[in-house]
Design a protein around this ligand. Structure first.
Ligand SMILES: Nc1ncnc2c1ncn2[C@@H]1O[C@H](COP(=O)(O)OP(=O)(O)OP(=O)(O)O)[C@@H](O)[C@H]1O
Ligand SMILES: [Mg+2]
Length: 511
């Protein structure tokens, strides 16, 4: 198709070596104007690194070549990339929260008049683009108060304002609701029609099907190949990404209906005074995998945070194995045997500057501190090494900092931290967000294994296939209360329709 024309972007023979890791090895990539090129691959495959080379954030090893519209260019830093019309929207957004929308858009290129920054010109200059994109905020809004979707919109505005010819979106939908995702897709299509070359990184197959004209795949830092839209199939993509067939994606051991274990966790009328969570009650059985479905914003995370003691409850109680817990904070919950994997790994979960090993051991340290235990360093090292192996964490060793890992591998480190505490109840909030397809199936296998060992697992997820594929029973939340239940002995079958009926979402769940 597009191959007759000169590519807007061509990368050839790109390699990148970090201390101890060859992140990219002789990679190639072509992208044309007016198309969406999806870039796929497992966690740590090198997608973000390749794009950081394109954006001037990293320098490639010598020997590679980068061409724009057929002309070789050198991109020595982010400013050079900008001059070449390259914009990137990172996995972790990169705006200055204290500045206004206009200030962020003009950052580094502020217009001056009479030796001062011309604020009026800035305001007026970005207004047309904001209007065109239908932004629900103006140039003077302070960015820190905007939602993640809105901050993304600011970044896109900045890219358009800089007249970008190449726009990279690195996992843009991980923190968006389905409505926000739809809106973003509309924008992406609009930009494609304008002739921009879009490079779209995602782990979500459904998004790639919906948007991509072509898909290029990386594996272990190498280039595997490219499929056009007509050649796309889940099977071929998975095989290219993982290097093998994934025969059983979901692992759920069906439990006989009458074999349900005793209630391990009982929550009664827990509430934050009705702010986000109206009085909610639930029972979790030993060895049960209980899903909590519902739209983004329905109160799922807030409910979990009340149970775990991360937010104060104004009423209700939590009992573990029949005895009521006094939970003043997460340490108490953890000491009692309840672990909670947060959905926000950057804000709440991980210490990015500390080694992976330390992060993995933190949960145990916290738990043992509460019990008055002492630090056992060799055991800690062993624990970290075992966790690395069990979850197939891709990094040189547990000694490297979490911040240097790819997004999905960070998630695995966070998960191992909680597994190492040997919990009786494990609450997983969006456990596979940003996690690649191989690691996903690994996490599903672990959930199944934990439940077989008698641990009660609660899975909060926006991905219905994930809920359906892993859970024995599902509660559906809506507007802060539990609106219904499917599955379990005598319950309605766990299907998309049955769950959505309670979620009252005509607005379809995120795929
Ligand atoms: N600054 C860095 N220092 C050391 N190693 C790094 C650094 N950045 C990336 N790496 C390593 O390079 C490899 C590729 O990482 P990259 O972030 O490009 O993966 P990715 O394909 O974007 O993965 P994900 O899907 O998880 O986001 C990984 O092994 C990662 O640990
Ligand atoms: Mg990445």
């Amino acid at each position: 198709m597009a191959d007759e024309r000169t590519p807007r972007l061509e990368m050839r023979g790109i390699s990148k070596t970090f201390p101890g890791v060859k992140a990219l090895n002789n990679v190639q990539l072509k992208a044309w104007g007016g198309e969406v090129l999806a870039l796929m691959g497992e966690n740590g495959a090198g997608k973000s690194t390749l794009m950081k080379i394109l954006s001037g954030a990293y320098q490639a090893d010598p020997g590679g070549q980068l061409m724009i519209d057929g002309t070789p260019v050198a991109i020595s830093d982010p400013i050079a990339a900008k001059q070449q019309g390259i914009s990137i929207i990172y996995q972790e957004l990169a705006l200055a929260p204290n500045l206004t929308v206009a200030e962020n858009i003009y950052l580094g290129t502020e217009p001056a008049r009479g030796g001062r920054i011309d604020r009026k010109a800035m305001r007026e200059g970005c207004r047309p683009v904001l209007e065109r994109l239908g932004a629900p905020f103006g140039p003077d809004t302070v960015v820190g108060g905007l939602s993640i979707a809105e901050q993304q919109l600011v970044e896109i505005t900045r890219a358009l304002h800089a007249k970008s010819k190449i726009l990279v979106l690195d996992e843009p939908t991980t923190a968006l609701s389905s409505r926000e995702t739809d809106r973003l897709f509309g924008l992406v299509r609009q930009l494609r029609a304008d002739g921009i070359a879009l490079i779209y990184i995602s782990h979500r197959m459904a998004e790639v099907y919906e948007l991509a004209d072509r898909v290029s795949v990386l594996r272990d830092g190498g280039y595997v190949g490219t499929l056009t839209r007509d050649e796309l199939s889940a099977e071929s993509l998975v095989k290219m990404m993982v290097g093998r067939d994934l025969s059983s994606f979901y692992t759920k051991t069906e439990k006989p209906q009458d074999s349900r274990g005793p209630v391990i966790l009982e929550v009664q009328d827990i509430t934050d005074g009705g702010r986000r969570v109206k009085p909610c009650s639930l029972q979790l059985h030993q060895g049960e995998v209980l899903g909590i479905a519902g739209l983004v914003g329905s109160g799922r995370t807030e409910l979990a945070r009340l149970i775990y003691g991360a937010d104060p409850k104004t009423g209700g109680k939590v009992a573990l194995n029949g005895s009521v817990l006094t939970v003043h904070g997460p340490e108490d919950a953890l000491a009692a045997g309840i672990a909670y994997l947060t959905e926000d790994r950057k804000g709440l979960g991980l210490f990015l500057d500390l080694p992976c090993g330390t992060n993995i051991n933190l949960g145990v340290i916290e738990r043992d501190a509460k019990r008055g235990g002492v630090l056992d360093l060799p055991a800690g090292r062993r624990r970290a090494a075992d966790a690395f192996k069990a979850l197939r964490v891709r990094a040189a060793s547990p000694a490297v900092t979490v911040g240097s890992l790819s997004g999905g591998n960070q998630q695995k480190v966070l998960l191992s931290r909680w597994l190492e505490t040997g919990p009786k109840v494990l609450i997983l909030d969006e456990p596979t967000r940003g996690v690649d397809i191989g690691a996903k199936s690994e996490i599903y296998r672990i959930i199944d294994e934990l439940s077989q060992r008698g641990i009660g697992v609660i899975v909060i997820s926006s991905e219905l296939p994930e809920i359906i594929g892993t859970c024995d029973r599902v509660l559906v939340m809506r507007e802060g209360h539990i609106a219904g239940e499917v599955g379990g002995p005598g319950g309605a079958p766990i299907t998309q329709e049955n769950i959505m009926a309670y979620g009252a979402g005509a607005a379809a769940q995120a795929a």
